[in-house]
Design a protein. Structure first.
Ligand SMILES: Cc1cc2nc3c(=O)[nH]c(=O)nc-3n(C[C@H](O)[C@H](O)[C@H](O)COP(=O)(O)OP(=O)(O)OC[C@H]3O[C@@H](n4cnc5c(N)ncnc54)[C@H](O)[C@@H]3O)c2cc1C
Length: 404
């Protein structure tokens, strides 16, 4: 039997579900399929997870319009009101405060699977969006009118548009023959939940070190999530340490700013690779989220950019008068997103080059730079607007924060 849709979204991660919900909201009939099962219901007794994201204001606006944000707020998320960034090689430091910038907070730290479940429930609440779990995409065909997906169990789905939201190693991207610019940073990010001697004070702490970047992101009950990007060999050493030695290394890397690290949960690690697909679209195909781009996590922008892709694609598809999978329509999406994502990718690479480097002139420059920037309110406001995702006057409607 053939199931006909307007859009098939491959990948039910955070960005795929947001795309399905946003396109569904625009009135289209959508199928979203994932190789995994449905995300588990939220359980308040479940231990805190180490995979977290810092969601900015634009993401909050989108998730609110998709009816996922109230669930996230009710379940588990931590707003942060300060951000402190300092350098290992001197006294340079910059401090952002929500009050100083006239903001209620600077963003929220949320576990990935809380976001995913909230979006999944939002999708379940729409009768024009079908979730198909445990349905890995193996192959698809594209003809002049539609994309045709055949699932392992023999079901056939067709739609004028197929969206690849299937992550960094996207099968859709590969099968569509879309090349990708890739840059291996030679680093791994170690993540874990930790408890520190002093309360995090609802502050995101970040220290630049010659060998990488260490962030402590606030979680409930005084816990923090660490994201520690390190040269790959050093990361292997840190992963091999016993618990006590790892906590001591962390305390040391953070200059004990928050006191001693008293407890650390299981560690996971991820290779860091910057990627940008050379094309985001082809006739009947569009890529969103990590399938289109991955960036260094140092500024916590990855999924925030992916959510903007989702909002923009939904806007373009919703406004299409005729064939929503035609190249003419999809190019509007690509024009709006590819340059912005590429700019953020290059910006993070430039940061990396300047900050994760122990050449003395650079150490002096960044210390001076941090201190000077800290004393320039207009510059701080601009930096924060970029981080909050509100700097772009052409934000897609769905991701525009509501006015005062
Ligand atoms: C250490 C670390 C810290 C980070 N911190 C932040 C942060 O603070 N803020 C931020 O904005 N971003 C952050 N990111 C980035 C963020 O985690 C990613 O950008 C985000 O998870 C990407 O979501 P996605 O839905 O595009 O892809 P994924 O989460 O990879 O989801 C892809 C989905 O597709 C499914 N899939 C794959 N192949 C198939 C197939 N063939 N058929 C069907 N389904 C398939 C998978 O099962 C999965 O559910 C961080 C990343 C790392 C590594």
């Amino acid at each position: 039997m053939i199931h006909r849709y307007d859009v098939i979204v491959v990948g039910g991660g955070m960005v795929g579900l947001a795309t399905a919900a946003a396109i569904g909201r625009a009135g289209c009939r959508v199928a979203v399929l994932d190789s995994g099962a449905a995300p588990a219901p939220f359980d308040p007794d479940r231990p805190l997870q180490a995979r977290v994201v810092a969601l900015n204001r634009a993401s909050e606006a989108l998730l609110t319009r998709l009816h996922a944000w109230p669930r996230i707020q009710q379940w588990r998320c931590t707003p942060y009101s300060h951000m402190r960034v300092w350098d290992a090689g001197g006294h340079g430091e910059i401090h952002f405060s929500a009050t100083e910038l006239g903001q209620p907070n600077l963003g929220h730290i949320v576990e990935n699977d809380v976001v995913q479940r909230a979006l999944w429930e939002a999708v379940q609440g729409r009768d024009n969006v079908d979730w198909l779990g445990e349905a890995p995409l193996q192959r698809f065909a594209v003809d002049t009118r539609e994309a045709i997906v055949t699932l392992d169990d023999g079901r056939v789905l067709t739609a004028p548009l197929l969206v690849g939201a299937d992550g960094a190693r996207s099968r859709v991207r590969e099968a569509a023959g879309i090349a990708v610019r890739e840059r291996d940073y030679g680093q791994r990010a170690i993540v874990a939940v930790v408890r520190i001697e002093r309360h995090h004070d609802f502050t995101a702490w970040q220290r630049f070190l010659p060998h990488g970047v260490l962030a402590f992101l606030p979680l409930p009950e005084g816990h923090s999530a660490i994201v520690w990007s390190l040269r790959a060999a050093l990361a292997e050493d840190m992963l091999a340490l016993d618990d006590e030695a790892f906590r001591a290394a962390l305390t040391d890397a953070a200059e004990a700013r928050l006191g001693e690290v008293l407890w650390a949960g299981p560690r996971q690690s991820f290779p860091l690779v910057g990627r940008q697909a050379r094309q985001y679209v082809k006739p009947r195909i569009a890529l969103v989220g990590d399938a289109a781009h991955t960036i260094h996590p140092l500024a916590g922008q990855g999924v925030n950019l992916g959510f903007l892709d989702a909002a923009q694609l939904a806007e373009v598809v919703g406004a299409a008068r005729r064939d929503l999978g035609s190249l003419a329509v999809l190019r509007r999406y690509e024009r709006a997103r590819a340059a912005d994502n590429g700019l953020m990718l290059r910006l993070m690479e430039a940061f990396q080059a300047v900050f994760v480097n122990d050449l003395p002139p650079l150490a002096w420059l960044r210390n001076a730079g941090l201190s000077v920037a800290d004393r320039l309110p207009p510059l701080k406001r601009l930096l924060m607007a970029v981080a909050l995702g509100t700097a772009d006057p052409a934000l897609p409607e769905l991701a525009r924060p509501a006015g005062p």
